[in-house]
Design a protein around this ligand. Structure first.
Ligand code: OAD
Length: 231
């Protein structure tokens, strides 16, 4: 078996206590996407947006990786070929669970970004509006997360990995946000075997060869152990 690409979403961190977006009571039932996850929302009300991400940063800092994060890190260490983890999550739980070189396509709460010069640095726990950029001194610091209408990060690298993979898995993601929801089609186009592991079927479930439904802390360690048995 060759290279594996794994896409993760909010569902993998749900059992670490971090809310998902679209499940009942999720973040998008409490906040409007246009207000807190778009460049226009930030321009209109930067206090609201910084506050939203400050709260999420505080929650993420208190959360611990769960058995699903750990199982993927184990797979990465033990699998004879490359295991690439691409996440839509902005928490750092894959890394806290021991994973390496995680591609954060939607950015990370740990980072700050200057909207003026694109300089990046480590975000303080609480970012404030008008905080100066350490490089250009402009008061244009924002969270280094990707908002709707912006280009996700690492896309070139991700498409190269997808073109080379023999196995693709999507874990804990609803399949409602593109381009991530279309990665399965890239993998299918090169003949990869495709797996969906989710609590409930995603919007793109019919594209997958195999599905396993249940909480990630149960399905992911079992799937990893099954895969290791095929080495
Ligand atoms: P969603 O909230 O859209 O979907 C979460 C998925 O996780 C659903 O399919 C749930 O069934 C599943 N789920 C919930 N609990 C689970 C558990 N314990 N184990 C396994 N699966 C579970 O989150 P994402 O698909 O990650 O982007 O959302 C994608 C993007 O939309 C996010 O990165 C974010 C959001 O708007 C931006 O903000 C740009």
């Amino acid at each position: 078996m060759g290279k594996i690409v794994i896409l993760t979403g909010a569902g993998i961190s749900a059992e670490s206590g971090l809310g998902t977006f679209r499940d009942e009571g999720g973040l998008w039932s409490q906040h409007r996407i246009e207000d807190v996850a778009t460049p226009e929302g930030f321009a209109r009300n930067p206090e609201l947006v910084q506050g939203f991400y400050n709260t999420r940063r505080t929650h993420a800092a208190k959360a611990s990786p769960n058995a699903a994060h750990m199982a993927l890190a184990l797979l990465q260490r033990e699998w004879p070929d490359e295991v690439v983890i691409v996440t839509q999550n902005v928490d750092g739980l894959h890394e806290a669970g021991g994973a390496e070189d995680v591609l954060h396509m939607h950015g990370t709460l740990a980072g700050a970004l200057c909207s003026a010069c694109r300089h990046r640095w480590q975000a303080p726990e609480e970012m404030r509006v008008g905080q100066p950029c350490p490089a250009c001194q402009e008061p244009t610091a924002r969270p280094d997360v990707v908002w709707f209408g912006e280009m996700p990060y690492f896309m070139d690298q991700i498409y190269v990995h997808l073109a080379e993979c023999e196995l693709f898995a999507a874990i804990g993601t609803s399949g409602q946000v593109y381009p991530a929801a279309a990665f399965v089609h890239e993998a299918l186009a090169v003949g990869a075997q495709t797996f969906e592991l989710n609590l409930e079927p995603s919007d793109v479930v019919s594209a997958f060869d195999e599905t396993r439904f249940g909480p990630a802390t149960e399905t992911v360690p079992r799937w990893v152990s099954d895969l290791m048995g095929t080495r």
